[in-house]
Design a protein around this ligand. Structure first.
Ligand code: NDP
Length: 460
């Protein structure tokens, strides 16, 4: 490797790239990392972390309202968006500095520059400097896409800009029905905006369990979010300081902000990838094997740029596995099964494993256990809300193959439930577990009555 300037050149300083760099350096590799924007990547700078901070902010409204039933009288609460954004920015700057310091301590050289491939072993920086590397890791993540070109799309923002709006919009129209659309609908509504969600399909959160989708939509609507389905934004026109948002249904909405949350695409363009022979998969991500190796032997790809499962913890695992495989002498493949996921919407969603619909196609026998109830807190608060917990069980082996939760604490609950699902726990194991009362999670171990049982349906 000494013929090279570095043993590893990492392009992209997000969660995956940072973890891979640090572990590779710990294995003794000479590592250089290039980041063109800010160290920390999407998750830290304009994704998971700032989003969760905004989610926390948005949830105070309900807490203030609920407090009355518990005897509290509060002065009229007011909210200041610039304060929230400034405090959030301060925390993000602190995290960026911490990530940078960690890399420095591990001996990773950081260059703040765009980097492109010139050949399989040569990376060129924006200033023209070239670095020769034995291995290259592409960890460039993804970026928001705006769907089909429509007139006035330039007026729409993505989640990137949503984190930096100068003021809270009075009325927001959000297009999309996935993670970002649903999460930001909850954020804006909680903070006091009037929110309209426009989704092209029949119901939001495609890919999640149908009961979850129905429940989330019902509760979002109860909380005042207007959900329009079977419809798209057809055009956006500026009218003064506001926008006229024209829908495919022919209707029109006047709003202060139009946000598109219509998916993200892997950052693969203009990087010299295809020129050096790196194959791009049909889904637009880098084609990689189980060890994250691309079609060029010394070039690897991890995280969202590979478009496998676009979640931070997955990118981190892929980064560590890459470093252990290439520099640690231990071939490590990441297990992409039973990855838990959460949507920090209002209400929150936590899910792992098969949905009911998937199980009915894949398993010869499927048992469903389902519980929907008013949480204890809502008895005194008077809040019109219910919690949903659902277990999908393999009727032949009794294994719990899916767990789906909607309601307060769903993400925290699903992380713990995933340990059991991953270990192959059976419904009998769940039932043998003592309940912890009074909690919402106890319902996971006290559901005795099947709500449905199915024999296999023919696959479509
Ligand atoms: P998603 O893929 O989750 O959702 C995209 C949404 O946009 C879907 O509802 C999709 O509809 C709709 N859509 C796509 N193209 C068009 C179009 N041309 N016109 C109208 N609607 C369209 O993407 P997001 O942008 O919400 O998030 C990107 C990814 O980031 C997520 O998939 C997830 O991996 C990650 N993420 C994870 C979070 C978490 O873990 N909590 C939070 C935020 C993001 P349809 O369903 O019909 O395809």
């Amino acid at each position: 490797m000494s013929d090279y300037d570095v043993d590893l050149f990492v392009i992209g300083g997000g969660s995956g790239g940072v973890r891979a760099s640090r572990i590779a350096a710990q294995h003794g590799a000479r590592v250089m990392l290039a980041e063109e924007y800010r160290v920390g990547g999407t998750c830290v700078i304009r994704g998971c972390v700032p989003k969760k901070l905004l989610v926390y902010a948005s949830r105070f409204r309900a807490e203030f309202e609920d407090a009355a039933g518990f005897g509290w009288t509060l002065a009229q609460a007011t909210f200041d968006w610039p304060t929230l954004i400034a405090n959030k920015d301060q925390e993000i700057a602190r995290l960026e500095a911490a990530y940078t310091a960690t890399l420095g301590k591990a001996g990773v050289a950081i260059v703040k520059s765009r980097a492109v491939l010139r050949d399989a072993h040569t990376v060129q920086l924006a200033n023209g400097e070239q670095v020769r590397a034995a291995y290259v890791l592409i960890a460039t993540g993804g970026a928001p896409t705006y769907g089909d070109p429509i007139p006035g799309v330039e007026h729409a923002i993505s989640s990137n800009e949503a984190f930096h709006l100068p003021q809270l919009p009075a009325h927001v129209v959000i297009q999309g029905g996935g993670y970002i659309a649903v999460e930001f609908a909850g954020i804006f509504a909680g903070l006091g905006s009037h929110v309209t969600l426009v989704y092209r399909g029949e119901n939001i959160l495609r890919g999640f369990d149908d009961d979850v989708r129905q429940h989330v939509r019902m509760d979002m609507e109860k909380h005042g979010i207007r959900v329009i389905t079977g419809c798209k934004i057809a055009a956006i026109e500026r009218s003064g300081s506001r926008f006229s948002v024209h829908l495919s249904s022919g209707n029109q909405i006047t709003a202060d902000c139009a946000m598109f949350a219509t998916g993200r695409a892997p950052n693969v363009a203009r990087m010299g990838l295809e020129e050096v022979g790196v194959e791009i998969a049909k889904n637009g991500g880098l084609a990689v094997d189980e060890y994250s190796r691309t079609s060029v032997a010394n070039i690897y790809g991890i995280g969202d740029v590979t478009n496998r499962i676009n979640l931070t913890p997955v990118a981190i695992r892929e980064g560590a596995a890459f470093a252990d495989t290439v520099f640690g002498g231990k071939s490590t493949a990441v297990d992409h099964t039973n990855v838990p996921t959460a949507v920090f919407s209002d209400p929150e969603v936590g899910a792992v494993g098969l949905t009911e619909a998937q199980a009915r196609v894949r398993l010869s026998r499927t048992d469903i256990y389902r519980s929907m109830f008013k949480p204890l807190k809502a008895t005194l608060s008077g809040r019109d809300t219910t919690v949903l917990l659902k277990l999908v069980v393999d009727g032949l082996t009794d294994r719990v193959v899916g767990c789906h939760i909607v309601g307060e604490g769903a993400a925290e609950m699903i992380q713990v439930a995933t340990i059991a699902v991953k270990m192959g726990a059976t419904k009998a194991d769940f039932d043998a577990t003592m309940a912890l009362h009074p909690t919402t999670a106890e319902e996971l171990v006290t559901m005795r009555q099947k709500s449905a049982s199915y024999a296999r349906e023919a696959a479509e």
